[in-house]
Design a protein around this ligand. Structure first.
Ligand SMILES: C[S@@+](CC[C@H](N)C(=O)[O-])C[C@H]1O[C@@H](n2cnc3c(N)ncnc32)[C@H](O)[C@@H]1O
Length: 346
């Protein structure tokens, strides 16, 4: 039981997301009347604290969620001398996820300083947690614009790591981006959905889990291994009866009928065969989509090769009605700036 006193710091929820997805996150939060936004910036939002974190854990556009406190005086030395500030946060997070936290890590500039070492010792002794690099409980002590922030991620794994992922396929899409692509399709009023270049099925599963109205969910890919992994993911997500997967090559323009919505995370770099050229592949994709999209339907595409794609779209029967520019670092710490295009037939 955590007791709160009048002069205790005000707890807040912090939500972190991929740069470029803010409007998607704001839209998702607006569906939950209990969640109130205080302020934010390009990659995070601060919300009033809520005792029941269930809704926060269900957010699909958010990468990570934290419980935090902020104050200009909360530097590591102050926290070391006022340990209950951190203790309160730890207890709140542990109460939410009993038995899930065995290890912890404190991220803070000067993490070898005597104050931070003292804080780590306190956590170890008081809560029986073990300090570890790859830890369940992720604690941060950071300073933004003269304000110190102490925070703890509310779940051991980021919210964006979905339970249905058996293993991570190289080139698989971040599920929060897949959620964004699907939400730009306005799938609430749609019957049929095709995902071209389905890979490990992230877009299909995110659509199937969220939009129960979709009658027809089909995807295709020409890589057997990816199809096998996708089927495992779809089974784990409990959607095997709802999603159909086909092994097809876009160059064969497979006859699968017509669709209200088409989504695609385009191949790039390693995810195309050696004898394929990207421009030819993208041209074929746009031509094929033109033929099989129902009038009034939407084509939503995610790609990091957006300059090439944009030129091809501009010469096609599609018009671009919206774009989102994203920015994030990859696992090898390089920045990528992919785009989402929302298109309609002219
Ligand atoms: C960027 S990945 C898609 C990743 C997917 N969104 C996911 O989350 O796993 C692109 C996919 O296009 C497939 N692909 C490449 N060339 C293709 C072709 N000619 N026909 C069909 N699929 C192709 C690759 O096998 C790969 O799975």
């Amino acid at each position: 039981m955590v007791h709160r006193l009048m002069n205790e710091p005000k707890l807040k929820i912090k939500l972190a997301f991929i740069i470029g997805l803010k409007e998607i996150v704001l839209d998702e939060i607006s569906q939950y009347p209990n969640l109130h936004i205080i302020n934010g910036n390009e990659n995070s939002l601060y919300l009033d604290f809520v005792l029941d974190l269930t809704e926060i854990k269900h957010l699909r556009s958010v990468s990570r969620a934290y419980i935090i406190v902020q104050d200009s005086k909360y530097n590591p030395l102050y926290i070391f001398s006022h340990k209950s500030i951190l203790g309160n946060l730890i207890e709140t997070v542990i109460n939410e996820n009993k038995d899930k936290f065995k290890t912890f890590k404190v991220t803070c500039a000067g993490s070898d300083s005597s104050e931070v070492r003292g804080i780590a010792e306190y956590i170890q002794k008081t809560y029986g947690l073990i300090e570890k690099e790859d830890a369940d409980m992720k604690i941060h002590i950071i300073k933004h614009d003269e304000i110190w922030e102490i925070g703890i991620q509310i779940t051991p794994r980021p919210l964006s790591l979905r339970d249905y992922k058996i293993k991570n396929m190289s080139g698989a899409m971040d599920p929060t981006i897949a959620y964004a692509v699907n939400s730009l399709c306005e799938l609430e009023n749609v019957g049929s959905y095709l995902n071209i270049f389905s890979g490990s099925a992230t877009l299909l599963i995110e659509a199937g889990q969220y939009y129960s109205n979709l009658k027809q969910l089909i995807g295709f890919d020409n890589n057997k291994e990816n199809i096998t992994l996708a089927i495992q993911n779809i089974k784990k997500a409990g959607l095997i009866k709802k999603i159909q997967l086909k092994e097809k090559n876009i160059f064969d323009k497979p006859d699968l009928g017509k669709f209200d919505v088409i989504t695609s995370d385009l191949p790039f770099g390693m995810s195309i065969s050696k004898n394929e050229d990207l421009e030819g592949l993208y041209k074929c994709f746009i031509e094929y989509s033109q033929e099989i999209l129902n009038n009034g339907g939407k084509l939503v595409i995610y790609t990091s090769e957006h300059e090439m794609l944009e030129k091809i779209i501009l010469k096609s029967k599609f018009k671009i009605i919206k774009t989102l520019e994203l920015k994030f670092t990859t696992s090898v710490n390089a920045y990528i700036r992919p785009k989402i295009f929302v298109c309609k037939l002219q």
